[in-house]
Design a protein around this ligand. Structure first.
Ligand SMILES: [Zn+2]
Ligand SMILES: [Zn+2]
Ligand SMILES: [Zn+2]
Length: 254
């Protein structure tokens, strides 16, 4: 299984509009962060987690030719608002979309034209919505387990597939969810910045929970413009890495 991080930035993206700080004006391509999304491939199977506002640019950059399913973590704009660009994948058949029931309800309310069959094939997305519960789902040979996370006053889903887990957005991870992560070796986790935030983990919080989970490789995502990639890479302890857009994690080798 190959995981490619399509976007690793916070809700503003990096650079942030109108900001002249050293990170926003940096030449380092790893300081250019689109909104969070991940592409997971296993053989011919192709799944994305979340479709943020830059989904089109991400799909072009990574040359995503087909999709078998989309998983949503939650319905914040930075994770959902690229949904219209799924239409290219639904010209021949509708696309299964999985997520918490309340997220699917929000998609039906905000994008009613995208749900179900429509007579303008190619003009509008055609999505089949499937609420996902604790049992998880099987797509091809992938068993996908939802991991409830606390994101401010809401519960959202991270996802575990085999020994990999994608855990954003979150401020905390309940003990019952930590138990669902037993045996995970590699995680991508919300770690906004050094300073605390009411709805996202900071570095210390993400490091503490990652140690409890026992992951060997921990990639920080949802990063803000307060983080210079190179500096962060040099200061994080062994096993912890700042993610970056285009990072490929090969779960066969790891
Ligand atoms: Zn977010
Ligand atoms: Zn900035
Ligand atoms: Zn969010």
């Amino acid at each position: 299984m190959i995981v490619e991080l399509l976007g690793t930035g916070t809700s503003h993206g990096v650079p942030r509009i109108g900001c002249d700080c050293p990170v926003c004006t940096s030449d380092d391509p790893r300081n250019k962060r689109m909104r969070c999304s991940a592409w997971i491939r296993d053989g011919d199977l192709s799944i994305v987690i979340d479709t943020g506002p830059e989904f089109r640019l991400q799909a072009i950059r990574s040359n995503i030719k087909h999709l078998d399913a989309v998983l949503y973590t939650h319905d914040h704009a930075d994770h959902l608002n690229g949904i219209d660009d799924l239409r290219v994948y639904t010209e021949q058949r509708s696309l299964p979309v999985y997520g918490p029931d309340e997220v699917l309800q929000d998609i039906s309310r905000r994008f009613p034209y995208a749900v179900g069959e429509n007579p303008w094939r190619g003009g509008l997305p055609q999505l089949q919505l499937h609420a996902i519960d604790q049992k998880g789902i099987v797509i091809g040979n992938m068993h996908i387990i939802p991991i409830p996370l606390i994101h401010g006053c809401r519960q959202v889903f991270g996802y575990r597939i085999g020994t990999f887990a994608y855990l954003t957005d979150c401020k905390s991870i309940p003990q019952t969810s930590v138990e669902l992560l037993e045996g995970v070796t590699t995680i991508v986790i919300d770690a906004l910045r050094q300073a605390e935030h009411p709805t996202h983990m900071n570095f210390d919080e993400a490091m503490a929970i990652a140690k409890i989970i026992g992951a060997e490789k921990v990639y920080f995502t949802h990063l803000t413009h307060r983080n210079d990639h190179r500096q962060l890479e040099q200061t994080l302890p062994e096993g912890f890495y700042p993610a970056y857009d285009g990072l490929v994690i090969d779960m066969i080798k790891s």
